[in-house]
Design a protein around this ligand. Structure first.
Ligand code: FAD
Length: 359
């Protein structure tokens, strides 16, 4: 397909893109969602085998349609999320085209031109909702390239059976690091290395409480009250059942980060070296924004300045779902609905009531 005109192009058909589509549809805006995946579900299709949500289903819902309960599970698994997202886009007849890889967004007079591997779309506004999974981050640790074992990242880890009997180092003190280290216990000889001591949330705090805390923070800020620091003040790691079980069994003990990698394995602060088969980097992600490069919006720290979801230097562009900088809790299922609604409303206001695409 070439040269298609529409009012809005949404780039990315994961949960953030679908939430945007839901609100655009309600406002009567013409739009298309372009998604690089062949099948629905965004990044949830690619997680490790035992990945579960850290919130119960009702606290993991997109606008309009509550996530159904998964029988036998308080915390639904990733397959349940994929099924929910597939159903969501069908139910609301969201116009998702896939697989379509957006390669670059360019200014074209009053329009933005969206160039893809399947042709070009022109639109009055673009919502970028491409997530972070596609840009795994690994820190620049000395000697990284010298290590002769396997390097993996959260995105390439699948199952503990792949490491049976091996010595594995899991790096990272966040949820992925804790969950993958817990997953490996009993299968591999695991060492969990973190830059600072891991901060577990209290056992009764899961995504429900995190969302409530994030909401309270947003309300306080909206009312001009002092910043409570939100969920960051509570800790980093949700003690989901497998993590709690491994921790309580004394199997989840973090050690301070190694100083460098050598050919056989990491070297620790005391100078000792552990012969190691694999290092799994659970060290986070960066926003997948390569398609925005032609707009030259990044500052010298590599960030795009936003007000709400709108790019400050390109008001026709909205960024959705990447993190708190694109709306409080916008990188969660339940949190993305509100910034999606705000983005859709702002775009509708720019288009005006009678605006129809021309051409
Ligand atoms: P994605 O799901 O990554 O979807 C983006 C889509 O855009 C993808 O389909 C991708 O292929 C497509 N895309 C990317 N680039 C292009 C391009 N150039 N052109 C076209 N398409 C493109 N949140 C919760 O609410 N609860 C949880 O329990 C939870 N657990 C998490 C556990 C892990 C390990 C991780 C990493 C995240 C977790 N999150 C959780 C956070 C968040 O919900 C997920 O990261 C979610 O996948 C983000 O959705 P998204 O739509 O922003 O991005």
């Amino acid at each position: 397909m070439t040269g298609t005109r529409t009012q809005v192009v949404v780039v990315g058909g994961g949960q953030a893109g679908l939430a945007a589509g839901y609100h655009l549809r309600r406002l009567g805006v013409d739009f298309v969602i372009l998604d690089a995946q062949s099948t629905p579900g965004g990044a949830w299709q690619h997680g490790w085998d035992t990945l579960h949500l850290f919130s119960p289903a009702p606290y993991s819902s997109l606008p309009g349609r509550p996530m159904p309960h998964q029988p036998g599970q308080v915390y639904p698994d990733a397959a349940h999320v994929v099924a929910y997202l597939s159903d969501y886009e069908k139910r609301y007849e969201l116009p998702v085209q896939r697989p379509v890889l957006v390669q670059g967004i360019h200014r074209d007079g009053p329009l933005l031109q969206v160039r893809t591997d399947s042709g070009t779309w022109s639109a009055h506004a673009v919502i970028s909702a491409t997530g972070t999974w596609w840009r795994p981050f690994v820190p620049a640790v000395p000697g990284r390239r010298l290590f002769e074992g396997r390097h993996l990242h959260t995105v390439t880890y699948r199952a503990p059976a792949d490491f049976a009997g091996q010595r594995v180092i899991v790096v990272g003190g966040g949820n992925s690091g804790a969950q993958i280290a817990a997953d490996l216990t009993g299968h591999a000889d695991v060492t969990w290395a973190t830059a600072r001591p891991p901060r577990f949330l209290a056992d009764d705090i899961d995504g429900r409480a995190l969302f409530d805390t994030a909401t309270a923070r947003r309300r306080a800020l909206d009312n001009g009250q002092a910043d409570t620091a939100g969920v960051a003040a509570l800790g980093d790691i949700v003690a989901v059942p497998p993590v709690r079980a491994a921790r309580d069994a004394g199997l989840l003990n973090a050690v301070p980060m190694f100083t460098r990698l050598t050919a056989p394995g990491p070297q620790w602060p005391d100078g000792s070296i552990t012969r190691t088969d694999a290092v799994i980097w659970c060290t986070g992600f960066r926003p997948a924004l390569a398609h925005l490069a032609p707009l030259h919006l990044r500052d010298r720290h590599g960030r795009i300045a936003t007000t709400g979801t709108r790019a400050l230097d390109e008001p026709r562009l909205h960024l959705l779902g990447y993190g708190d900088w694109t709306g409080p809790a916008s990188a969660t299922l339940i949190g993305v609905g509100r910034p999606a609604r705000e983005a859709a409303r702002e775009i509708k206001a720019i288009l005006g009531p009678g605006h129809r695409p021309q051409g």
